[in-house]
Design a protein. Structure first.
Length: 184
């Protein structure tokens, strides 16, 4: 007899705890926003827009300065065996005399992407993978690599992650000497 009442009491306690938890987890009901409130909030946001308070500048837009005329003026052409591709200017590091004529396009050539052109012409093109820092001219290509490039019998193209990239001229390191006289 005592076990049934003890089990009954435990069951009642468990049901009471679950019902208390269920009422505590129910979301709080709120009124929905009306259309008038949304319109008012949008109108206030438009009136308080900080961009409207900024003065209009009369300066020239820097995005329009030094804009390239066309893609061809910014590229070098490589053409051989009826196919051609474009590479950025200064991406070709070494041009042997035997391949100088391949920098001109022939009238019947079809333009293809770099990957397709390189795959078809691996016999006479060598690529040199450079870092982004080297491409920016902040770091030089290793001296032994430069010597090998100069002696190469293949046309040499600078690449970054497999694609051709311009190699800018090396930048001069900043001078550590002061130009101002030392005061006594």
């Amino acid at each position: 007899m005592q076990t049934t009442t003890l089990l009954g009491c435990l069951g009642m306690v468990a049901l009471t705890a679950m019902s208390a938890r269920a009422t505590a987890e129910q979301p709080v009901m709120r009124d929905a926003v009306t259309e008038e409130q949304l319109v008012l909030a949008q109108r206030m946001a438009r009136q308080l827009d900080p961009m409207k308070q900024l003065p209009v500048t009369q300066a020239v837009d820097p995005a329009t300065l030094n804009h390239p005329q066309d893609l061809l003026s910014q590229s070098d052409l490589l053409c051989f065996d009826g196919i051609a591709t474009l590479v950025p200017k200064h991406a070709i590091l070494h041009i042997p005399e035997a391949y100088a004529q391949r920098l001109k396009i022939t009238p019947a050539a079809h333009i293809v992407g770099w990957a397709d052109f390189f795959a078809a012409n691996r016999g006479w093109i060598t690529t040199v993978e450079i870092s982004r820092v080297q491409a920016e001219g902040k770091e030089l290509i290793a001296e032994d690599s430069r010597k090998l490039l100069a002696k190469s019998h293949n046309l040499v193209v600078a690449t970054y992650q497999g694609g051709p990239i311009s190699l800018l001229a090396p930048q001069a390191p900043p001078s550590t000497k002061s130009t101002e006289p030392i005061k006594p």
